[in-house]
Ligand binder design. Structure first.
Ligand SMILES: CC(C)(COP(=O)(O)OP(=O)(O)OC[C@H]1O[C@@H](n2cnc3c(N)ncnc32)[C@H](O)[C@@H]1OP(=O)(O)O)[C@@H](O)C(=O)NCCC(=O)NCCS
Length: 155
């Protein structure tokens, strides 16, 4: 709880529609493909994941009873390698603060909460794809550019 009474807490199943709404705002800002089916899938995924504190984390910031910022950490198990010796990577996603509540340190608090959780669950690293606007924040908390470019094959 900050001096203003703002609260960082973990989302519960009751927060499903509120977090979904914020995630949708995130994709409106981006040049996202138009597929409405993602929201139903995300709702189901959230319901399944929210009770799994060893594999997913959903910190939110609440101001006057309303969620104004969200972020997601989810554990991905892959093949161990020298850069990821246990094969445990936390993916950081959907970092979003309502425009009216930006520049108060909320996104930074959520990212640090997920990094602390990632250490606790013995993850090797935290990966993310940064937007141009998000890069500064990640630089500040210690993220570095990867040398290998990310690639995808959309199916
Ligand atoms: C990127 C985004 C999540 C940042 O959210 P935010 O809550 O405003 O982030 P923070 O407040 O933690 O940090 C932003 C700035 O506020 C500053 N700040 C941190 N704590 C502060 C405080 N207590 N008071 C005032 N400013 C503060 C930070 O230093 C930072 O300044 P900088 O840009 O000069 O480095 C937000 O702009 C957003 O939702 N953008 C659209 C979605 C997006 O691009 N998300 C990133 C996905 S990778």
């Amino acid at each position: 709880v900050t001096s203003n009474g703002d609260v960082l807490r973990q989302a519960t199943s009751r927060d499903r529609d509120a977090v979904l709404h914020l995630w949708a705002s995130l994709f409106e800002d981006a040049d996202a493909p138009v597929h409405d089916s993602w929201a139903d899938s995300a709702r189901g995924w959230f319901t399944d994941s929210v009770g799994e504190p060893d594999t997913a984390r959903f910190p939110v910031i609440e101001v006057a009873g309303r969620i104004v910022a969200t972020a997601i950490g989810s554990l991905e198990i892959g093949v161990p390698n020298p850069w990821c010796p246990r094969g445990r990577t936390v993916r950081l996603a959907n970092v979003f603060t309502r425009p009216s509540h930006r520049n108060q340190g909320f996104a930074t608090m959520l990212v640090l909460d997920i990094v602390t959780w990632a250490r606790r669950i013995s993850a090797d690293r935290v990966d993310l794809s940064a937007t141009a606007i998000g890069q500064r924040l990640y630089d500040k908390v210690g993220f570095v550019r990867t040398s290998a470019p990310r690639m995808k094959l959309v199916l």
